[in-house]
Ligand binder design. Structure first.
Ligand code: DAH
Length: 318
Protein backbone atom coordinates (compact mmCIF):
# COMPACT_ATOMS: atom_id res chain seq x y z
CA UNK A 1 0.00 0.00 0.00
CA UNK A 2 3.01 2.31 0.35
CA UNK A 3 3.15 2.66 -3.41
CA UNK A 4 -0.47 3.70 -3.48
CA UNK A 5 0.10 6.40 -0.85
CA UNK A 6 3.12 7.77 -2.73
CA UNK A 7 1.18 7.84 -6.01
CA UNK A 8 -1.73 9.61 -4.38
CA UNK A 9 0.63 12.28 -3.11
CA UNK A 10 2.01 12.70 -6.62
CA UNK A 11 -1.52 13.12 -7.84
CA UNK A 12 -2.19 15.84 -5.24
CA UNK A 13 0.98 17.70 -6.27
CA UNK A 14 -0.08 17.49 -9.87
CA UNK A 15 -3.49 18.91 -9.05
CA UNK A 16 -1.81 21.73 -7.11
CA UNK A 17 0.40 22.54 -10.10
CA UNK A 18 -2.60 22.70 -12.32
CA UNK A 19 -3.67 26.05 -10.87
CA UNK A 20 -0.56 27.56 -12.50
CA UNK A 21 -2.45 27.40 -15.78
CA UNK A 22 -3.81 30.89 -15.08
CA UNK A 23 -0.26 32.34 -14.94
CA UNK A 24 0.87 31.15 -18.38
CA UNK A 25 0.17 32.82 -21.73
CA UNK A 26 -3.22 31.84 -23.19
CA UNK A 27 -1.69 30.31 -26.35
CA UNK A 28 0.33 27.83 -24.23
CA UNK A 29 -2.55 26.78 -22.01
CA UNK A 30 -3.91 24.03 -24.27
CA UNK A 31 -0.55 22.31 -24.48
CA UNK A 32 -0.02 22.67 -20.73
CA UNK A 33 -3.46 21.16 -20.02
CA UNK A 34 -2.84 18.25 -22.36
CA UNK A 35 0.47 17.40 -20.71
CA UNK A 36 -0.99 17.65 -17.22
CA UNK A 37 -3.86 15.41 -18.16
CA UNK A 38 -1.55 12.82 -19.69
CA UNK A 39 0.46 12.70 -16.46
CA UNK A 40 -2.71 12.43 -14.41
CA UNK A 41 -3.98 9.44 -16.42
CA UNK A 42 -0.61 7.78 -16.05
CA UNK A 43 -0.67 8.16 -12.27
CA UNK A 44 -4.27 6.95 -12.05
CA UNK A 45 -3.36 3.82 -13.99
CA UNK A 46 -0.40 3.21 -11.69
CA UNK A 47 -2.64 3.60 -8.64
CA UNK A 48 -5.13 1.06 -10.01
CA UNK A 49 -2.34 -1.42 -10.73
CA UNK A 50 -0.77 -0.93 -7.29
CA UNK A 51 -4.14 -1.39 -5.56
CA UNK A 52 -4.79 -4.62 -7.43
CA UNK A 53 -1.33 -5.92 -6.63
CA UNK A 54 -1.88 -5.12 -2.94
CA UNK A 55 -5.18 -7.04 -2.91
CA UNK A 56 -3.68 -10.01 -4.75
CA UNK A 57 -0.84 -10.14 -2.26
CA UNK A 58 -3.20 -9.95 0.75
CA UNK A 59 -5.41 -12.89 -0.26
CA UNK A 60 -3.52 -16.11 0.23
CA UNK A 61 -4.61 -18.69 -2.30
CA UNK A 62 -6.46 -21.45 -0.45
CA UNK A 63 -5.46 -25.03 -1.05
CA UNK A 64 -8.81 -26.72 -0.45
CA UNK A 65 -7.31 -30.16 -1.00
CA UNK A 66 -5.67 -29.68 2.40
CA UNK A 67 -9.08 -30.26 4.01
CA UNK A 68 -10.09 -33.32 2.05
CA UNK A 69 -10.30 -36.38 4.22
CA UNK A 70 -9.92 -34.41 7.45
CA UNK A 71 -12.70 -33.51 9.87
CA UNK A 72 -11.47 -29.98 10.25
CA UNK A 73 -13.82 -27.19 9.25
CA UNK A 74 -12.88 -24.78 6.47
CA UNK A 75 -11.80 -21.30 7.66
CA UNK A 76 -14.89 -19.24 8.39
CA UNK A 77 -14.28 -16.83 5.53
CA UNK A 78 -14.88 -19.65 3.06
CA UNK A 79 -18.03 -21.01 4.67
CA UNK A 80 -19.90 -18.05 6.14
CA UNK A 81 -21.81 -16.65 3.18
CA UNK A 82 -20.79 -18.88 0.35
CA UNK A 83 -23.53 -19.41 -2.20
CA UNK A 84 -25.06 -22.82 -2.54
CA UNK A 85 -26.92 -24.69 -5.19
CA UNK A 86 -30.57 -23.69 -5.57
CA UNK A 87 -32.85 -26.43 -4.19
CA UNK A 88 -34.61 -26.76 -7.55
CA UNK A 89 -31.30 -27.49 -9.26
CA UNK A 90 -30.37 -30.08 -6.63
CA UNK A 91 -33.70 -31.79 -7.17
CA UNK A 92 -33.41 -31.53 -10.93
CA UNK A 93 -30.10 -33.36 -10.67
CA UNK A 94 -31.85 -36.15 -8.75
CA UNK A 95 -34.57 -36.32 -11.41
CA UNK A 96 -31.98 -36.58 -14.17
CA UNK A 97 -29.98 -39.22 -12.27
CA UNK A 98 -33.06 -41.43 -11.99
CA UNK A 99 -33.77 -41.23 -15.72
CA UNK A 100 -30.12 -41.71 -16.65
CA UNK A 101 -29.99 -44.89 -14.57
CA UNK A 102 -32.94 -46.08 -16.66
CA UNK A 103 -30.88 -45.47 -19.82
CA UNK A 104 -32.19 -42.07 -20.92
CA UNK A 105 -29.98 -39.48 -22.59
CA UNK A 106 -30.31 -35.86 -21.46
CA UNK A 107 -30.76 -32.88 -23.76
CA UNK A 108 -31.16 -29.41 -22.32
CA UNK A 109 -33.99 -27.24 -23.57
CA UNK A 110 -33.53 -23.60 -24.58
CA UNK A 111 -34.94 -20.41 -23.14
CA UNK A 112 -35.97 -18.83 -26.42
CA UNK A 113 -37.75 -20.71 -29.14
CA UNK A 114 -40.06 -20.15 -32.07
CA UNK A 115 -43.60 -20.67 -33.32
CA UNK A 116 -42.64 -23.79 -35.25
CA UNK A 117 -41.23 -25.69 -32.27
CA UNK A 118 -43.82 -24.37 -29.81
CA UNK A 119 -46.85 -25.23 -31.96
CA UNK A 120 -46.52 -26.37 -35.61
CA UNK A 121 -44.11 -29.24 -35.02
CA UNK A 122 -46.41 -30.43 -32.21
CA UNK A 123 -49.46 -30.79 -34.45
CA UNK A 124 -51.31 -27.72 -33.17
CA UNK A 125 -53.45 -26.77 -36.19
CA UNK A 126 -53.01 -23.15 -37.31
CA UNK A 127 -55.50 -20.90 -35.51
CA UNK A 128 -56.57 -23.74 -33.17
CA UNK A 129 -57.79 -22.56 -29.75
CA UNK A 130 -55.40 -25.02 -28.07
CA UNK A 131 -52.63 -22.55 -28.97
CA UNK A 132 -54.23 -20.06 -26.57
CA UNK A 133 -54.16 -22.58 -23.72
CA UNK A 134 -50.44 -22.08 -23.16
CA UNK A 135 -50.39 -18.40 -22.16
CA UNK A 136 -47.25 -17.85 -24.20
CA UNK A 137 -45.05 -14.79 -23.96
CA UNK A 138 -43.71 -13.40 -27.21
CA UNK A 139 -40.78 -11.12 -27.92
CA UNK A 140 -41.20 -8.11 -30.21
CA UNK A 141 -39.45 -10.17 -32.89
CA UNK A 142 -42.11 -12.89 -32.56
CA UNK A 143 -39.91 -15.42 -30.71
CA UNK A 144 -41.33 -17.46 -27.86
CA UNK A 145 -39.83 -18.18 -24.45
CA UNK A 146 -41.03 -21.80 -24.34
CA UNK A 147 -44.22 -22.47 -22.36
CA UNK A 148 -43.35 -26.17 -22.09
CA UNK A 149 -40.38 -28.46 -22.71
CA UNK A 150 -42.37 -30.19 -25.48
CA UNK A 151 -40.87 -27.53 -27.78
CA UNK A 152 -37.81 -29.81 -27.84
CA UNK A 153 -39.61 -32.94 -29.08
CA UNK A 154 -39.09 -32.26 -32.77
CA UNK A 155 -35.37 -31.56 -32.30
CA UNK A 156 -34.87 -34.68 -30.18
CA UNK A 157 -36.70 -36.90 -32.67
CA UNK A 158 -34.61 -35.60 -35.55
CA UNK A 159 -31.32 -35.73 -33.66
CA UNK A 160 -31.81 -39.31 -32.47
CA UNK A 161 -33.71 -40.88 -35.37
CA UNK A 162 -30.60 -42.74 -36.57
CA UNK A 163 -30.85 -44.79 -33.36
CA UNK A 164 -33.92 -46.43 -34.87
CA UNK A 165 -32.16 -47.53 -38.05
CA UNK A 166 -29.57 -49.30 -35.92
CA UNK A 167 -32.24 -51.06 -33.84
CA UNK A 168 -31.92 -48.84 -30.77
CA UNK A 169 -34.80 -46.87 -29.24
CA UNK A 170 -34.87 -43.09 -28.87
CA UNK A 171 -34.84 -42.50 -25.11
CA UNK A 172 -34.26 -38.90 -24.07
CA UNK A 173 -35.30 -36.59 -21.25
CA UNK A 174 -35.26 -32.82 -21.59
CA UNK A 175 -35.14 -30.70 -18.44
CA UNK A 176 -35.72 -27.01 -18.93
CA UNK A 177 -37.00 -23.67 -17.77
CA UNK A 178 -40.41 -22.64 -19.07
CA UNK A 179 -42.41 -19.42 -19.02
CA UNK A 180 -46.12 -18.61 -18.96
CA UNK A 181 -48.03 -15.38 -18.89
CA UNK A 182 -49.90 -16.41 -15.73
CA UNK A 183 -51.35 -14.51 -12.81
CA UNK A 184 -48.88 -15.45 -10.12
CA UNK A 185 -50.20 -16.99 -6.88
CA UNK A 186 -49.21 -19.74 -4.42
CA UNK A 187 -49.61 -22.43 -7.08
CA UNK A 188 -48.77 -20.52 -10.29
CA UNK A 189 -45.48 -18.98 -11.39
CA UNK A 190 -44.56 -17.22 -14.63
CA UNK A 191 -41.22 -19.07 -14.60
CA UNK A 192 -40.85 -22.70 -13.64
CA UNK A 193 -39.14 -25.95 -14.59
CA UNK A 194 -40.37 -28.99 -16.48
CA UNK A 195 -38.89 -32.27 -17.55
CA UNK A 196 -39.94 -33.87 -20.80
CA UNK A 197 -39.49 -37.51 -21.77
CA UNK A 198 -39.48 -38.95 -25.28
CA UNK A 199 -39.32 -42.64 -26.15
CA UNK A 200 -39.63 -44.20 -29.63
CA UNK A 201 -39.09 -47.77 -30.81
CA UNK A 202 -40.69 -50.41 -33.03
CA UNK A 203 -42.46 -52.19 -30.24
CA UNK A 204 -43.12 -49.82 -27.36
CA UNK A 205 -46.60 -49.46 -25.91
CA UNK A 206 -48.53 -47.37 -23.41
CA UNK A 207 -47.86 -49.98 -20.70
CA UNK A 208 -44.11 -49.32 -21.04
CA UNK A 209 -44.72 -45.64 -20.48
CA UNK A 210 -46.77 -46.30 -17.34
CA UNK A 211 -44.03 -48.61 -16.07
CA UNK A 212 -41.33 -45.97 -16.61
CA UNK A 213 -43.38 -43.27 -14.93
CA UNK A 214 -44.24 -45.46 -11.94
CA UNK A 215 -40.56 -46.35 -11.58
CA UNK A 216 -39.57 -42.70 -11.76
CA UNK A 217 -42.03 -41.48 -9.11
CA UNK A 218 -41.31 -44.40 -6.77
CA UNK A 219 -37.58 -43.70 -7.00
CA UNK A 220 -38.05 -39.97 -6.54
CA UNK A 221 -40.32 -40.29 -3.49
CA UNK A 222 -38.44 -43.38 -2.26
CA UNK A 223 -41.55 -45.50 -1.71
CA UNK A 224 -44.20 -47.63 -3.43
CA UNK A 225 -47.00 -45.53 -4.88
CA UNK A 226 -50.52 -46.01 -6.18
CA UNK A 227 -50.93 -44.53 -9.64
CA UNK A 228 -53.91 -43.67 -11.77
CA UNK A 229 -54.52 -42.08 -15.16
CA UNK A 230 -57.38 -40.10 -16.61
CA UNK A 231 -58.02 -39.05 -20.19
CA UNK A 232 -56.46 -35.76 -21.27
CA UNK A 233 -56.06 -33.76 -24.45
CA UNK A 234 -52.84 -32.64 -26.09
CA UNK A 235 -52.58 -32.11 -29.86
CA UNK A 236 -49.20 -33.90 -29.89
CA UNK A 237 -50.34 -37.19 -28.32
CA UNK A 238 -53.12 -39.62 -29.21
CA UNK A 239 -54.40 -40.94 -26.91
CA UNK A 240 -53.45 -38.39 -24.24
CA UNK A 241 -53.47 -39.03 -20.51
CA UNK A 242 -53.00 -37.24 -17.24
CA UNK A 243 -50.82 -39.23 -14.88
CA UNK A 244 -51.63 -39.15 -11.17
CA UNK A 245 -50.11 -40.51 -8.00
CA UNK A 246 -51.85 -41.07 -4.68
CA UNK A 247 -50.36 -38.59 -2.23
CA UNK A 248 -48.24 -40.71 0.12
CA UNK A 249 -49.23 -40.86 3.82
CA UNK A 250 -45.69 -39.88 4.76
CA UNK A 251 -46.22 -36.63 2.85
CA UNK A 252 -49.52 -35.83 4.52
CA UNK A 253 -51.81 -37.61 2.04
CA UNK A 254 -55.08 -39.42 2.78
CA UNK A 255 -56.43 -42.47 0.96
CA UNK A 256 -57.90 -41.50 -2.39
CA UNK A 257 -55.97 -38.19 -2.45
CA UNK A 258 -54.75 -38.28 -6.08
CA UNK A 259 -52.54 -35.55 -7.52
CA UNK A 260 -52.02 -34.91 -11.21
CA UNK A 261 -48.27 -34.97 -11.81
CA UNK A 262 -47.88 -34.74 -15.59
CA UNK A 263 -49.35 -34.98 -19.07
CA UNK A 264 -48.43 -37.88 -21.34
CA UNK A 265 -49.54 -40.07 -24.21
CA UNK A 266 -48.62 -41.88 -27.39
CA UNK A 267 -46.82 -39.49 -29.76
CA UNK A 268 -49.17 -38.38 -32.53
CA UNK A 269 -48.26 -39.89 -35.95
CA UNK A 270 -48.06 -36.37 -37.42
CA UNK A 271 -45.35 -35.41 -34.91
CA UNK A 272 -43.27 -38.46 -35.86
CA UNK A 273 -43.87 -37.83 -39.58
CA UNK A 274 -42.77 -34.19 -39.35
CA UNK A 275 -39.47 -35.35 -37.85
CA UNK A 276 -38.98 -37.86 -40.67
CA UNK A 277 -39.92 -40.99 -38.67
CA UNK A 278 -42.31 -43.49 -40.27
CA UNK A 279 -45.35 -43.78 -37.94
CA UNK A 280 -46.37 -47.05 -39.64
CA UNK A 281 -43.18 -48.64 -38.42
CA UNK A 282 -42.36 -46.86 -35.15
CA UNK A 283 -44.35 -45.86 -32.08
CA UNK A 284 -43.48 -43.50 -29.32
CA UNK A 285 -44.67 -42.04 -26.09
CA UNK A 286 -43.87 -38.78 -24.39
CA UNK A 287 -44.56 -37.03 -21.14
CA UNK A 288 -43.90 -33.70 -19.51
CA UNK A 289 -44.44 -32.34 -16.03
CA UNK A 290 -43.44 -29.64 -13.59
CA UNK A 291 -40.37 -30.00 -11.40
CA UNK A 292 -41.48 -27.31 -8.95
CA UNK A 293 -44.64 -29.21 -8.08
CA UNK A 294 -42.68 -32.44 -7.66
CA UNK A 295 -40.30 -30.75 -5.22
CA UNK A 296 -43.08 -28.94 -3.34
CA UNK A 297 -44.76 -32.25 -2.57
CA UNK A 298 -41.51 -33.82 -1.42
CA UNK A 299 -40.77 -31.01 1.05
CA UNK A 300 -44.34 -30.05 1.94
CA UNK A 301 -43.91 -26.53 0.47
CA UNK A 302 -47.11 -24.54 0.08
CA UNK A 303 -45.97 -21.62 -2.07
CA UNK A 304 -44.34 -22.04 -5.48
CA UNK A 305 -43.25 -18.38 -5.46
CA UNK A 306 -40.54 -19.19 -2.91
CA UNK A 307 -38.41 -20.80 -5.62
CA UNK A 308 -38.00 -17.64 -7.68
CA UNK A 309 -38.09 -15.27 -4.70
CA UNK A 310 -34.38 -15.21 -3.81
CA UNK A 311 -35.55 -15.39 -0.18
CA UNK A 312 -32.40 -16.35 1.73
CA UNK A 313 -34.23 -17.70 4.77
CA UNK A 314 -36.00 -20.16 2.51
CA UNK A 315 -32.86 -21.08 0.59
CA UNK A 316 -30.88 -21.64 3.79
CA UNK A 317 -33.34 -24.34 4.86
CA UNK A 318 -31.90 -26.61 2.17
N1 DAH B 1 -46.37 -30.07 -22.53
C1 DAH B 1 -47.54 -30.40 -21.76
C2 DAH B 1 -47.83 -29.25 -20.80
O1 DAH B 1 -46.95 -28.52 -20.45
C3 DAH B 1 -47.35 -31.69 -21.02
C4 DAH B 1 -47.22 -32.87 -21.92
C5 DAH B 1 -48.31 -33.57 -22.29
C6 DAH B 1 -45.99 -33.23 -22.42
C7 DAH B 1 -48.24 -34.68 -23.11
C8 DAH B 1 -45.88 -34.36 -23.26
C9 DAH B 1 -47.01 -35.05 -23.60
O2 DAH B 1 -44.73 -34.77 -23.78
O3 DAH B 1 -46.89 -36.13 -24.40
O4 DAH B 1 -48.95 -29.09 -20.40
Amino acid sequence: MQDVERLKQELNQLNAEYVKIKDIPPEERAEFGRKMNEKKQEILAQIAAAEKAAIDAAVEPLDITAWSGTNEALPEFYTAEMGSKHPLMTELDRVIDIYQLMGFDVVESRQLDDEFHMFDSLNFPKGHPARDGYDTFRTEEGLIPPAHTSTMQHRVLKKYKNNLASGKPIAVVVPGRVFRNEDVDATHEHTFYQCEGVYVSETCAMSDMLGILREFFEKYYEQKLNIRTQPGYFPFTEPSLEFMIEKPKSLGGKKGDYLEMLGCGMIHPNVLKMAGIDPEKYHGFAWGGGIDRLVMLRYGLKDVRLFESGNLNFLREF
